[in-house]
Design a protein around this ligand. Structure first.
Ligand SMILES: Nc1ncnc2c1ncn2[C@@H]1O[C@H](COP(=O)(O)OP(=O)(O)O)[C@@H](O)[C@H]1O
Ligand SMILES: [Mg+2]
Length: 126
């Protein structure tokens, strides 16, 4: 469950605050499937960065699976991403010097689970 309440995001540009999102509230339930659409510059990427825990809002509350994530620091956001969020990008972003298995296992390795376990999980995933 994704719950955004009164989310705002302002970027600082040369000492001037630029509002990219203003007071956005949105609720996404388990198994919902939705698309964010809008003109270029309307704030889609800013919104996805916040929902994906890559960036924090300037204001508002964001609870992901009941956990408040709006005020987390970068390390805490990385931990939430590792456990709860999957991204599918237009490019694969594979690491070329690593095997396919190691690429797939990367999030599990970061999570600190043992070799035998991540190996088995990654093989099944592949
Ligand atoms: N890192 C940033 N610093 C300053 N302004 C930004 C930054 N990222 C986006 N913006 C501005 O915020 C607005 C929303 O951008 P963005 O979220 O990228 O929109 P979209 O993905 O819908 O094209 C745009 O006006 C953009 O110029
Ligand atoms: Mg964009």
């Amino acid at each position: 469950m994704i719950e955004l309440i009164g989310i705002s995001k302002r970027y600082m540009l040369g000492g001037v605050e630029y509002p990219a999102l203003s007071d956005v509230s949105l609720s996404i339930k388990r198994n919902d499937f939705l698309a964010l659409t809008g003109a270029s510059g309307s704030g889609k990427s800013t919104m996805m960065n916040i929902i994906g825990c890559l960036d924090s809002p300037t204001e508002g509350r964001y609870t992901l699976d009941g956990e408040e994530v709006a005020g987390l620091d970068e390390d805490q956001l990385a931990s939430v991403r590792n456990r709860k969020i999957g991204f599918v990008f237009q490019n694969f972003y594979l690491m070329p010097r690593m095997t396919a298995l190691d690429n797939v296992a990367q999030p599990l390795i970061y999570r600190g689970i043992g070799f035998a376990k991540w190996c088995a999980h990654a093989e099944v995933a592949l």
